[in-house]
Ligand binder design. Sequence first.
Ligand code: SRM
Ligand code: SF4
Length: 575
Amino acid sequence: MAAAPDKPTKVETAKRASNQLRGTIAEVLADAEAPKFEHDDLQCMKFHGIYQQHDRDKRAGKDKTFTFMIRTKCPGGRMTAAQYIAQDDIATRYSTGGALRLTTRQAIQFHGVIKSELKATMRELNQALISTIAACGDVERNVMCSPAPLADDAHRQTRAITDEIAEKLAPATGAYYEIWLDGEKVDRQEHIPEEPFYGESYLPRKFKTGIATPTDNSIDVYTQDCGLITVFDHGKLTAVNVLAGGGLGMTHRKEDTFARMGPHIGSVAPEHAADTVKAIVSIHRDFGDRTDRRHARLKYVIEDRGIDWFRNELRDRIGFPLNDWVELGPLELNDYLGRHDQDGGGSFYGVWVRNGRVADFEDGPRYKSAFRKIAEELDPSVILTPNQSLLFADLDDAKIERLEAILEEHNVPTSIPGVHRFSMACPALPTCGLALAEAERYLPDLVDLIQAELEQHGLEDERFTVRMTGCPNGCARPYTADLAFVGRKPGVYDVFLGGRLAGDRLSELFAELVPQDQIIDKLRPVLSAWASQRNGDESLGDFYNRVYADDAQRTMLTGSKESPSESRVLELIGS
Ligand code: SRM
Ligand code: SF4
């Protein structure tokens, strides 16, 4: 491994001193008088899938009440109906409002768990064979995969690779089992009391891997630290394309932080895919910046050292060929809404969940009760999608009919108006400590306004992505959307344009610091020009890009360095 850096960050010091993620978590947990955990333990707890939060709607002060968000780890988002029911029970008992929150990485979050119930929640999750270890922290995170449960060999293999990567890169520490399960092991191989791969400092920062199929890039493969795209030939998986160094997190007014699309690295044989990812993670482990967390992701290693250096380093670490990138047609995004054949008998059914919040809304969809009933009555497999929604699988005709009836009884929509359909927002306020503005609670209202505007042009059924985050960290992947809003301060957003459904292009800063009540005014000329000047069925992002891309000298890999394009775009569209 690389030599220790001169001035490691506080988080590096905390990791090293933690005795492989133990810290004093068990002691503070047992101390009923301690209202919260302190810095070093909090860093370790993230690796256990736990964040300390407080309700930001309540007045902040010394006496704020701390609660915990627990995130599960769920490769490819797959679970049984029994596991879904167990998590629904856990949410009912321990989460704020009994809600489950489906995430953009195919996992579930429970918000508002109180300290005295933290251990019970963790135990109950593990009893249902749901782990939370490495859902957060400086390790390989939840490995994503195109969610369609298709039964052909190629899709089966894709899922197997997802599981293999998750297994190969799981931390080996016994701390998790000691602290939360009193040393008990639940359905896992014997643990070894050290980290042969990660070492005592783990990675310099989080690491994210996702596998897309050419027909479904809902995982946003170019935004992953390591993205894989499966290559099929006559239904057989023949190769896996590899890209590396994507990532979206950035900081306002810090130009040396930026969103970045992962460049193409090459391809490998399918049987080598997991080892390739492991080798790439090891490059991050050894070369990532441990002195500055804002500069620690793999994307900066590759940006600073170059792709040729990276390819050579990778070749040196793998004992098999790194072949050329296999050219593929354009990627697509598939949300699998409604009924689809599984190809091996049976059907699956996709249900859209507004911003992933599974709750019973007054006068709105009663997602929680509907999903519970579907899981209990129909025993489907459940697959979480990368777009905060879910698929119910392994259903016959009678079950599909019953599922549709249950959705209808619970007011859960099965037909989603265009702009809402591909919209996503992160949780932001009141739980996220980093939020600068609203996201999940505000985006549906804004989408209604955009929808109304588009109705005037007959464009309300257009398919394009609209995303909102409460800060520039990018949790709902705004920088690959056709249209995105990124929180600057309460009620004020930066507006981005130019990504697209395929997720293969970064959006760009269109307008800065826009008060929310002026967003529609800002967008009106662009929407209207899109309606009158578009080529064929050109999407909003494609239109923006055609109008502006030829004009601007810019790279598409690091689009966030741009200054706002608004005035030039207005000139170009004749507004
Ligand atoms: Fe995220 C931090 C929520 C996907 C980039 N993210 C956070 C925290 C934990 C805030 C914190 O550190 O205190 C948020 C918890 C809010 C809450 O109250 O629940 C949070 N991130 C989420 C979720 C729940 C958003 C959602 O709408 O579903 C997603 C959970 C995924 C999961 O199941 O693992 C989530 N986060 C992402 C993604 C998208 C992705 O991975 O596909 C990104 C952009 C991709 C990337 O990583 O570059 C993302 N989250 C961040 C960052 C910026 C990292 C960076 O490199 O700068 C942070 C802040 C940090 O790590 O310091 C962050
Ligand atoms: Fe929080 Fe920012 Fe992520 Fe939204 S994008 S969940 S506000 S860290």
